[in-house]
Each structure stands twice: as C-alpha cells, then as structure tokens.
Design a protein around this ligand. Sequence first.
Ligand code: RIB
Length: 319
Amino acid sequence: MEVPVIAVVGSLNMDLVVRAPRQPLLGETLMGSSFGTAGGGKGSNQALACARLGADVYMVGCVGSDDFGRRLRSTLLEAKVDCQYMEVCAGVGTGVAVITVTDSGENSIVLTSGANALLDRATLERSKEVFRRSDTALFQLETPLDTVAWGLKMARNSGCKTVLTPAPAVELPQEIWRQVDFLVLNETELAFYSLGPSFASAGAPSGMDEDKLQESAQQLLQQGVKTVVVTRGARGGYVASRQKAFHFEPFRVHSVDSTGAGDSFCAALSVKLTEGALLEEAVEFAAAAGALACTRHGAHPSMPWRHEVKAFLEAAGKM
Ligand code: RIB
C-alpha cells in the first residue's frame, strides 16, 4: 500500500487549558483544579494525527515569531510533518485557545486567531507545490474564509480530494459546498448549516431526531457536498452520499477530555480513505481514533498513533 500524502491547510494554536468542576456561569468566578498548555488548533491537530496514523503530511499555516509557534513547529517536526510551508509572521502572536475542561470531559473554547488570520491566498500560492504532491487536502474554518475557499479550489484543480471540517460554524458562501468531497461535522454544526444559525441549538445537547438528521444531511448534499459525515458523540454517527447512507456505532470509552476528538476522527477518516479503504471501514477506524483521543488530556498529546488505533480495534473485536 502506498503511503498517503495529505496536505493540511489551517490553524495552529497554543491551548491554555484549565480544568474545572463545571463551566462557569456568566459573571461567575470559579476555582479550577489545574492548568496546563498543550499544542492545538484544528489544523495542527489534524496534521499531527494524520502523521501519527501513517501519512506523509504537509502543514500549511502561520504562527507568530514566539515561543508558542516554536513549540508547535517542534511537535509537528518530531512527528515528521513537513513544515517548510508553515510561515512565521513577525509582529504577531501565535493563535491561542483558552479552554475550560470540566470533570466530565466536556469543554468550552474561546479563540484568538493571532497569526492564523494572516494565512491568505498569497501563502497558498507560495505552497501550491503541496497540492500537486498531495492526494488529499484538509481544511477547517479557523483561518480566513477567503483562504479556505481559494485553497479548496486550488486543491481540487490539482486533483486532491478535499475534506472540510466546517468549525467553528460561520455562514459560508454557497460556492464552498461544491468544492467539498467530504464534509465532517457534528450535529450542532449540521443544524447550523442546514437549518440556520438560530437553530444550531437543535443539535445540542440532546441531538437531532432521525428525520431531521437525514433531511439536514440531504440538504448539504443538494448544495454540492459529495459525502456528509456527521459525528454524534456517544451515539456514533451518520454518513450520507448520493450513493448510500448509513449509521455507524460509537466506541464506549471513559472520556476525560473531548478536545481534539473531532480532529482525530477527521484525520483518521482522511488517512484511511486516501489509502483506498471503503467508507464503512474508514468511518469505523475514525470512530476508534476519535474515541481514543477522548481518553487523554489535551489536543496534541491525545492524537493517537496508528498502532494504538489498531490495538483498540482489535480489543473491540473489530479486526
Ligand atoms: O478542535 C480542537 C481545537 O479547537 C483546540 O485544539 C483549539 O485550539 C481549537 O482550535
């Protein structure tokens, strides 16, 4: 089997993480139990996970000329991610995410873009070689929308399959959907994009009912997305394309921190699909990688290695 080559275009953040018994109320001061920093950002999480899962990976993104940026680069380099198209921007800080993780493993995140806001068309043009060399290109929405739309087109024109994680949810220009081969999103995001921003709460916390789920996924297919993959946490997930639709099962784990679980899922799905696996097999592998990430603290530290996902699947009787 050929080694898949994957380009990740996206954000790099340093995550500042506080653990607390619960999320604070508005205006409340709450005592937390611990604080730590960990590499993060949806782009760099996906890049790290793809590399740990066996792909050759290019990271295209921007960091500031600060210690956070240097730490992120060094973690990616350690995993053999190609960082030659990761730019260091003078006079601006690396992106930062302030995260509160509750004792039940759920999180809330506030981001400042920092250097991620400087990822523009020109950066992508300087990286165009990456799209020529890659089989698949991954995008998220923590960088400017114009760059994402431009990058999706560049990737498609170079023959890459495209994968979009449309998070954080923002209103997107119609043209974007037609450039997406695989859209990987959770129920809250699905509600946002199919029903509109004011209905996003329909996806959380109890989730959508079956009819709404299928209808919403169909709506995105009609807009031009080729395959929609919806993650539903402890309820598994749902996949819909023009050819088929199916549900997939969750793996039950004790979740300590869900930060980065979606990125782990998306990376694993992309690696497997690029290797030529069937959608059903790729989704099972991705669900295992996502579940494993929930059992560990922090984003970068919880991105699983290939052998760990394999062992997890074997223990679950799936291989
Ligand atoms: O998807 C998880 C990531 O979202 C975190 O690592 C944080 O940086 C935010 O970008």
